[in-house]
Design a protein around this ligand. Structure first.
Ligand code: CAA
Length: 411
């Protein structure tokens, strides 16, 4: 666990700016863009003008280098107003992180300043039709041809696809290698052979496009290979996800808070049996449980972000814990919020139905919650050496009874 969670002045200032944008450009337009399945350009423009894309870019490349906690605070505010816009913003941090953690100096100088100014949007292209949780089972190839790479294949579920200008694409560069098969390569929009094909018709987060990106002999300079060394792609992907998961978890905290706030307001207004339903103990229990879970998720997410900011060595476990808990919480809170709204909650003219639809994806993308639990369990087992002193307190009967010829299992 990190030693402390410190909100810098800059982080609080950015949070306040995000709240203003959320109130002015995100919440009032959320239903419109959800219905039309269109990108909220007004909000993205306002976020760029307020410097919100500088949050996740290091200072040397035109950003604020404000850290993971600041990024979480900003994302939470935006997602509270519209979870879809929360990810439309946060996915730029996800797509930029391979360049930030693995890029060469030249690559950082080339792409990060325009991203920080909000002039270029970013997408992260890892998943494929047959490679979701199994992130190393990719089929998109990039073959070296002199001073170029030639990319062929299809990526699935590219969030921000079409809107983004810069795509970090994970490709197989060495099919014969087990641990160094994959590399991350930057593809810019407009490169011949690159195209956005199927635009998905989604259950939720409808204001942000999720698409298939196709690569038909896309020729990019070898200088676009992130880090300049082939075979580092899986490591870059995992390092990126470790840093991005607190951010998707912050989106979930914002989404949960947004659902709770609506449920409180509605339960005070809605009268049954001559009294507001918020005066009934069963509704109060629901509201209290929703608030307790949301607050618990919030502080676990802040702790995971602070772990990154304070340079904690292994953030994988805490990032996975936060992502898993916060996204499960967002779904539970949205479900209970619909219940508080009763029959009206089921209808699309009330805002809570959208929150319910938006919440479902949170436990699926950026690693399903089954993958998060697997990552947590693997790390617990890896760290279990430090618990060996507890052996002495656990009798060893089970080992004795299964030693051949010593004792027979009882039965
Ligand atoms: N950091 C650095 N390196 C790591 C790492 C980490 N967190 N986790 C694993 N590695 C390294 C390992 O050390 C190992 O290295 P060596 O080969 O040198 O020994 C290598 O990576 C392979 O590790 P594993 O054996 O653990 O890999 P695995 O095949 O068992 O898979 C997994 C692990 C956790 C299941 C991984 O595949 C995973 O995270 N899957 C989920 C993918 C995912 O999150 N996709 C989301 C796409 S993005 C998205 O959804 C965004 C959006 O649209 C908004």
């Amino acid at each position: 666990m990190p030693q402390n969670i410190v909100f810098s002045e800059l982080a609080l200032e950015l949070q306040a700016k995000a709240r203003v944008i959320a109130d002015k450009y995100v919440r009032p337009l959320a239903a419109k863009y959800d219905k039309a399945q269109e990108y909220n350009r007004e909000a993205a423009q306002a976020a760029a003008e307020a410097g919100l894309f500088k949050v996740f870019v290091p200072k040397e490349y035109g950003g604020y280098g404000a850290g993971s906690l600041a990024l979480c605070l900003v994302t939470e505010e935006l997602a509270k107003a519209d979870s879809g816009f929360g990810v439309a913003y946060a996915v730029n941090a996800l797509g930029s992180t391979p360049i930030v953690v693995g890029g060469t100096e030249e690559q950082k100088k080339k792409w990060l300043p325009a991203i920080a100014r909000g002039e270029k949007m970013v997408a992260f292209c890892l998943s494929e039709k047959n490679a979701g949780s199994d992130a190393s089972g990719l089929a998109v190839t990039a073959e070296r041809d002199g001073e170029h790479y030639v990319i062929c294949g299809e990526k699935k579920w590219t969030t921000n696809g079409g809107v983004a200008d810069v795509y970090t694409v994970f490709c197989v560069t060495d099919p014969t290698s087990k641990s160094r098969r994959i590399s991350a390569i930057v593809v810019e929009k407009g490169t011949p052979g690159f195209s956005v094909k199927k635009v998905e018709d989604k259950m939720g987060i409808r204001c942000v496009p999720v698409v298939e990106t196709h690569y038909d002999n896309v020729r990019v300079p070898a200088g676009n290979l992130i880090g300049g060394r082939a075979g580092m792609g899986f490591t870059h992907a995992m390092q990126t996800l470790d840093r991005a998961r607190p951010c998707v978890a912050a989106q979930a905290v914002g989404a949960a808070q947004g659902s709770l706030d609506l449920a409180i307001v509605y339960s005070n207004r809605r009268k049954q049996f001559g009294a507001p339903i918020s005066s009934f103990q069963m509704v109060q229990k629901m509201l209290a449980d929703m608030a307790i879970k949301t607050e618990a998720a919030r502080w676990l997410v802040y702790a995971s972000a602070a772990a990154i900011d304070t340079g904690m060595q292994n953030v994988t476990k805490i990032a996975a814990m936060g992502k898993c808990f916060a996204t499960d919480t967002a779904m539970e809170v949205a479900t209970d919020a619909v219940q508080v709204f009763g029959g009206y909650g089921f209808m699309e003219d009330y805002p809570i139905a959208k929150n319910f639809r938006d919440a479902k994806i949170l436990s699926i993308y950026e690693g399903t919650n089954q993958v998060q639990r697997l990552v947590v369990a693997r790390n617990l087992i890896k760290e279990s050496e430090s618990l060996s002193h507890l052996q002495q307190y656990i009798p060893q009967e089970e080992q004795k009874s299964y030693k051949k010829g010593v004792a027979q299992p009882q039965g």
